[in-house]
Design a protein. Structure first.
Length: 242
């Protein structure tokens, strides 16, 4: 359906009304960000070991000398042939941000349960540069509620996004983002986690599409997304000028 066509004056009036709501949303986002920063922290006492291209590393090692660590829980299970298309979509936006994050004392690392060789192969296929390590054999993914064993999925409920949910609605791997802080003593604290559509604002393409005339133009959440090497070439619309 084509939207209503109006005069420029009517459009300005409608746009100003929307601008008021956009400003409200911006202020609400600022308020939510402040509350996020004020959340209490949990000290991480458990020893987690990850497989990395440089060898075994602890959670504290993943900070790479910085005080803040963001971990993206990338859906790539031990027996998966390729990474989740949605996780891949988000990860396409990371490499350009890395210099800015690192300069701002933040390290970004993706973590999956797939073995390191499988991670390396998929990372090479996608052409990514960000650090990506394996938690295979570790409790890390299970403790942060993004991986589920067959025993978990056989239960009445599984815990995801801070809510019990039906196992039928869960996969053995689900996405999320977790934040950690390391102090001068070397102590590590879990400060924040977000799941499901929570990290959506990290996907710049969606934010751009929200400003396009057709928006996301989707039938369900991100149903249009493919891995970036799987899109069919779309013919361009014929030019009106010759």
């Amino acid at each position: 359906m084509q939207n209503e066509v109006v005069s420029r004056e009517q459009w300005i009036e409608a746009r100003r009304a929307l601008l008021l709501k956009e400003k409200e949303a911006t202020k609400l986002r600022d308020s939510i960000n402040a509350e996020r920063l004020a959340l209490p922290w949990v000290k991480v006492d458990k020893d987690y070991v990850f497989d990395t291209p440089e060898g075994k590393k602890s959670l504290a090692d993943l900070f790479d000398g910085r005080s803040q660590l963001l971990i993206y829980h990338f859906m790539l299970g031990p027996d998966w042939d390729a990474g989740c298309p949605g996780c891949s979509f988000l990860s396409d936006h990371v490499d350009g941000a890395l210099p800015h994050l690192n300069h701002h004392d933040v390290t970004w690392v993706a973590v999956s349960r797939a073995p390191l060789d499988k991670i390396a192969a998929y990372k090479s296929r996608m052409g990514w540069k960000f650090p990506w390590v394996s938690s295979f054999g570790s409790d890390f993914n299970f403790d942060y509620h993004v991986s589920f064993s067959p025993e978990d999925l056989a239960k009445d409920k599984v815990f995801y996004n801070f809510t019990p949910m039906q196992p039928a609605d869960a996969n053995d791997e689900l996405p999320g983002l977790s934040a950690f802080y390391r102090n001068d003593k070397g102590e590590v604290f879990h400060t924040y986690s977000s799941y499901a559509r929570g990290p959506e604002e990290l996907i710049g393409t969606l934010m751009i599409l929200d400003r396009a005339p057709k928006g996301r133009n989707e039938d369900s959440t991100m149903n249009f997304v493919r891995r970036h090497d799987e899109y069919e070439e779309v013919p361009k619309a014929p030019s009106c000028c010759h």
